[in-house]
Design a protein around this ligand. Structure first.
Ligand code: SF4
Length: 180
């Protein structure tokens, strides 16, 4: 099975405080209703992301980026981990957006940031106070969802929802596979 990805892009908002080179890995099997990225479902889409091509992308943007972000790819943990290790060797931070509730610790050990949770339209994404999704800074153990919420919404909210942070999202081994 190839580890295919769409053409990488630079993103500024997906990881707070970081300029990220984003790799969208195809082959997502989560199947969220209302998925905004159905082009990621077919594992044949995109081009193989080998260690060599990944290194070339990093070299191209070295000095301009501070982080490497993966949308999915956890279903091939060994291959993904190789890429995360290369990013670390290049002194870059690492982030994974997964549609699963849990991610294998073998992966999270190589991550600085982790977003978990499938897309549920009624609950909204990270910019929604009612979202089921969680964005964690794994180094500090802090939940960073509040950094995705527009200031006017943030100010008007009772901050109770921010106390629902959990470290368990990266402590469960071998959980459900999959995506962004
Ligand atoms: S995890 Fe992301 S890409 Fe996969 S089905 Fe859900 S929204 Fe779509």
């Amino acid at each position: 099975m190839d580890f295919n990805c769409l053409t990488p892009s630079i993103v500024f908002q997906e990881v707070p405080g970081e300029i990220s080179l984003c790799f969208s890995i195809t082959g997502c099997k989560v199947g969220c209703k209302g998925c905004h990225s159905t082009d990621l479902w077919n594992e044949k889409h995109g081009n193989p992301l080998t260690n060599a091509s990944f290194t070339r992308w990093i070299d191209k943007y070295q000095g301009l980026i501070s982080c490497v972000l993966f949308f999915g790819g956890e279903w091939q943990s060994d291959v993904l981990i190789e890429k995360l290790q290369i990013a670390k060797e290049n002194r870059l931070k690492t982030c994974l957006y997964s549609g699963e509730k849990y991610v294998d610790m073998a992966i999270s050990d190589h991550l600085d940031f982790l977003k978990t949770g499938r897309w549920v339209a009624e609950l909204g994404g990270l910019d929604s106070p009612s979202t089921n999704q969680i964005f964690m800074d794994l180094k500090s153990g802090k939940k960073l969802n509040n950094q995705f919420i527009p200031p006017n919404v943030n100010e008007s909210l009772n901050t109770t929802y921010l106390t629902h942070s959990t470290n368990s999202i990266y402590q469960k081994q071998g959980a459900e596979n999959v995506a962004a």
